[in-house]
Write a protein that binds this ligand. Structure first.
Ligand code: MRU
Length: 332
């Protein structure tokens, strides 16, 4: 694997590139300070890149995994091992398993696998643009928005899910103000969302995660807009830790709560959010600045019950107050 420094494309941000038989991943651990690219040579290296958060965000993880299989197919390696290693790289985002299942459904030759990986990548970008338009169309007047984590081009095949709605609303003059929670402990909001919004020229302010309630109370926020890592068949949503708190706060303040995710994030095998596996990451991520000997507990996702979700936006359409019946109809 080689590492090199480069600038992102002038035509929008893309964190995953396939060029001349080589996968390139923008190493998100170094943003915003440096734009370093990794060039993994095998599915095993892609698997490590996913585990170590070089590439992150549910759709982006699925896309990277698909290209990881192409790397092993090109090298003539055993694909069973590649599937197993990629499937175990992170537990919560179902897009990973969705993408691997799609790859398993085609001829296991390098050429056919590459066609499928590129299709998954291109479809994700198309779906994000569609969701952006569907979501933005729900705003009658310019709105104040709070978003969480990073759900933009970095987390997807481009444009973004929740951040895609924010992009489309900005383009259509339907955005009054944007606030991004910094998203402790990995700081996806502070490091990645702020970086994307500055590149896009969208004025936004970072807030400490704990400032959300006060901001809602003082009238700055009309909508909380977030992405998802897995949505159960009853509409429960697993997403970055802190999402559930924002949903509870939004309901208390009579604000609206929108989840934006492609149908590849919906797991109809999961009857409810209670059975979605929640990733626990290392204590060290939380212990920066804590005294020696301190212990931490670091679940990095939580589950928001469907009853707190006002709107689910997918590329298949918009679902108001999702429940099992509506989710079944959406996925039919
Ligand atoms: O731990 P991460 O950074 O991979 O978590 C990402 C999120 O929680 C996003 O909200 C989710 O994947 C949707 S991204 C379009």
């Amino acid at each position: 694997m080689t590492q090199q420094q480069s600038l992102t494309s002038q035509n929008g941000i893309s964190a995953i590139e396939w060029r001349d038989g080589q996968l390139r991943l923008l190493d998100q651990r170094h943003l915003p300070a440096r734009e370093l690219w990794q060039e993994p040579d095998s599915a095993e290296e892609v698997s490590r890149a996913i585990r170590d958060m070089v590439v992150r965000g549910a759709p982006a993880i699925g896309i990277a995994a698909a290209y990881g299989l192409v790397l092993d197919a090109q090298a003539g390696r055993d694909l069973d091992g590649a599937y197993t290693s990629l499937a175990s790289s992170r537990p919560t985002a179902v897009n990973l398993h969705w993408a691997l299942a799609r790859m398993q459904g085609v001829e296991q030759s390098p050429a056919a696998l590459l066609v499928e990986a590129e299709a998954i990548h291109a479809e994700d970008l198309r779906q994000n643009r569609r969701m952006g338009d569907l979501g933005a169309a729900l705003f009658d007047t310019p709105v104040g928005v709070l978003t969480h984590c990073n759900t933009g081009a970095l987390a997807t095949g481009g444009y973004g899910t929740a951040l895609g709605v924010i992009r489309s609303a900005n383009r259509d003059g339907r955005l009054r103000e944007v606030y991004a929670g910094e998203t402790r402990p990995w700081m996806q909001g502070a490091r990645l969302t702020a970086w994307e919004l500055i590149k896009e020229g969208i004025a936004a302010r970072l807030i400490a995660d704990s400032a959300a309630a006060s901001l809602m109370r003082t009238g700055h926020i009309d909508w909380v807009i977030v992405g998802a890592d897995r949505i159960a068949s009853n509409g429960d949503v697993a997403n970055k830790i802190g999402t559930y708190a924002l949903a509870v706060l939004a309901r208390h303040h009579r604000l609206r709560f929108m989840v934006v995710a492609p149908s590849g994030t919906i797991d109809m095998q999961m009857p409810s959010g209670d059975v979605i596996p929640i990733e626990q990451r290392s204590e060290e991520e939380l212990l920066i600045g804590a005294p020696e000997g301190a212990r931490a507990y670091n679940p990095v996702f939580d589950v928001t019950p469907a009853e707190l979700v006002d709107v689910l936006v997918t590329e298949r359409g918009v679902v108001m107050q999702p429940n099992t019946e509506k989710m079944t109809a959406l996925m039919a």
